[in-house]
Design a protein around this ligand. Structure first.
Ligand code: G6P
Length: 617
């Protein structure tokens, strides 16, 4: 999950590439590099460990020098983050430059073969092996043209990749290929852009071609975009798409961080998720994705939800929702586990994949496996036309808009919103919900964006204040019951992702089976205690914590007295049905993590070692 940008046209390639890399920094940010091509000169290359700003510091002299170039922002897989391992990588003869997102799994064997032929390697990366393999094919046959050599090399490797390659003897030509990692080609007037997603070129063109799996393209101003299959060199007619993305959506809009902007966007993003689907006056839920398949899904023997990270937490809440309303058994699996065990999946099953990016390698692989077993595949993705969205039989987009902060916020609440719609729709169709109950629930769901707006307004200052007291905390416990147990897991994940404080989420009742041993006056415990949802039981849990002097941060509904009277800190959020309360309760938890991380001086949008979209195993 690295970021790739390429350009050929009339603009200063340095500016286009560097600005593009900044937009793709969410994909990886441990090193960055750029290569520019000038006619009658060898490549200009600059690369460094660190962020795009560090790259600019060592490469500013390249500005204004060329109209063709490409760059890379890295999330290390093979080899530590270092100047040497940064991309682009050059072939031994210095003529071919390559940037790569993904993993070449058989790089070792190829490296041995190339070493025997006299090739040497400067880095520990799999990428350097690929670029030398291209040189190897060109050395073997001097008449071979550059794109064909790339194609030959790609037919020798397996793994996952998106690559962009330049050859010094073919100025102005960019060769790109994709297998498993995304790549978009922006079609401007007298200019072409390449990028891992469309954000680097959205201000220059609204026309893009998303390269399909197993395809490659040769791009030049003279000949345009020539797309072929990697395997057989079959010509493909490009499918041009109009981009819906706006520049505003991918900029910070006055907020200090993308994460804060995205937290504050939630009333709108949830509203957008519901728009056109939840028609309260007509008393219906209209979801194009599910409409044609209601019988198929409702007859499922079992629904398996597969996901990773935050999306997996959304899946757990989805389990509660679907089992409660649709009465279909649900299992929630980590995609990475599911794909490597031998799960029982039949053609009577439905598998739901949840993924913000729609590109997560483990989720993708798990889905393919379930598809091979004949299950009906449903996708819940945020990124339109992403790989996962394309391989599913049906699905619903979350419509949260681009999420750039690495820690997921608005995508999570949008996933919960879609899952609520699906569960209620299935429940109604199956006759499990009376008209009256259905109307009550959808009316409440419609009110959620307003409640999220209210919770943002009322808890912003409080969470900011509370955060100050926990800047030096070493550990945190998050507790919740029922629907709010997964919300506690997500709260803990948010904190550890961006503040690096160790945090664990637990079902509140499970506390006495282990975590209670950790509780003393130094242990902060966040407890989610809404009125609706095992409140009395939670009260007992709070008493147990109090007796052991734990520091209690309680999330309660407005007007709460019992839990509040025992808590050290109180955060109030508006009351709603238990099934929707994780949507509202998650918001102050996001803010709390955000401010703790900010006060600790952490890079909130780009936490260490993480990346937004994990396109490798
Ligand atoms: C990465 C991100 C997480 C995200 C997970 C799953 O680990 O850092 O924030 O939840 O991937 O991503 P997906 O795009 O499939 O939801």
């Amino acid at each position: 999950m690295c970021g790739i940008v390429g350009y050929t046209g009339f603009q200063d390639a340095y500016e286009v590439v560097i600005n593009g890399l900044r937009r793709l920094e969410y994909r990886g940010y441990d090193s960055a590099g750029i290569v520019l091509d000038r006619e009658n000169a060898s490549f200009d290359v600059a690369k460094t460990k660190g962020k795009v700003d560090d790259l600019v510091a060592v490469s500013e002299n390249l500005s204004g020098k060329s109209h063709v170039g490409m760059g890379h922002t890295r999330w290390a897989t093979h080899g530590v983050p270092s100047d040497r391992n940064s991309h682009p990588h050059l072939s031994n003869n210095g003529k071919i430059a390559l940037v790569h997102n993904g993993i070449i799994e058989n790089y070792d064997t190829i490296k041995i073969m190339l070493t025997e032929k006299g090739f040497t390697f400067q880095s520990e990366t799999d990428t350097e092996v690929l670029v030398n393999l291209i040189q190897f094919f060109m050395d073997m046959d001097a008449s071979l043209d550059f794109p064909t050599a790339v194609r030959f090399a790609l037919n020798e490797v397996y793994g996952a990749y998106a690559i962009t390659v330049m050859h010094d003897d073919f100025p102005g030509v960019l060769v790109v290929a994709r297998l498993g990692s995304p790549l978009a080609i922006g079609l401007g007037t007298n200019e072409y852009f390449i990028a891992s997603d469309a954000s680097p070129f959205v201000e220059f063109t609204k026309e893009a071609v998303y390269l399909e799996e197993g395809h490659m393209a040769t791009i030049s101003l003279e000949k345009g975009v020539d797309i072929r299959t990697i395997k057989d060199n079959e010509k493909i007619v490009p499918q041009v798409q109009e981009l819906k993305l706006s520049l505003e959506q991918i900029e910070k809009g006055g907020y200090e961080h993308f994460m804060l902007k995205e937290i504050f966007e939630q009333p709108k993003s949830i509203h957008d998720t519901l728009r056109g689907r939840l028609l309260v006056e007509e008393g219906i839920i209209k979801m194009a994705g599910i409409w044609d398949h209601l019988d198929r899904i409702n007859k499922a023997q079992k629904i398996t939800i597969i996901a990773c990270g935050t999306s997996w937490h959304a899946g757990l809440i989805g389990e509660y929702l679907i089992e409660e309303f649709a009465r279909i058994p649900v299992e929630v699996e980590y995609a990475s586990e599911f794909r490597y065990r031998n799960p029982i999946i039949t053609e009577n099953d439905v598998v739901i994949a949840i993924s913000q990016s729609g590109e997560t390698a483990d989720t993708m692989a798990a889905l393919k496996m379930a598809k091979d077993k004949g299950a009906f595949i449903y996708g819940i993705c945020n990124v339109v036309d992403s790989s996962i969205a394309r391989i599913t039989d049906a699905g619903s987009y979350t419509h949260a808009g681009p999420e750039i902060g690495v820690a997921s916020t608005k995508a999570f609440t949008a996933q919960l919103t879609v899952l609520s719609l699906i569960a209620l729709k299935l429940g109604k169709h199956k006759g499990n919900l009376s008209n009256q109950e259905f109307m009550r629930l959808i009316t409440e769901l419609e009110a959620i964006p307003k409640k999220v707006e209210e919770v943002l307004e009322k808890t912003h200052d409080i969470t900011k204040e509370i955060a100050k007291d926990f800047v030096n905390a070493q550990n945190f416990l998050y507790l919740g019951r029922g629907y709010n147990f997964p919300a506690a897991l997500e709260g803990a994940l948010k904190l550890k992702e961006i503040s690096y404080i160790h945090a664990e989420g637990y079902p509140a009742a499970e506390m006495k089976h282990g975590p209670i041993a950790l509780i003393d006056e130094n242990m902060p415990i966040v407890i989610i205690a809404p009125k609706q949802g095992h409140y009395d039981k939670i009260v007992s849990n709070v008493q147990e914590i109090k007796a052991r002097k734990g520091k209690i941060i309680a999330l309660v509904n407005k007007g709460d007295t019992q839990v509040s009277s025992m808590a050290d800190y109180v955060i109030e959020f508006p009351e709603t049905s238990e099934c929707f309360s994780p949507i509202v309760a998650s918001v102050p938890l996001q803010l709390l993590s955000y401010y703790i991380a900010v006060y600790r001086g952490a890079n909130v949008d780009q936490p260490r070692n993480l990346a937004k979209s994990v396109t490798v195993e």
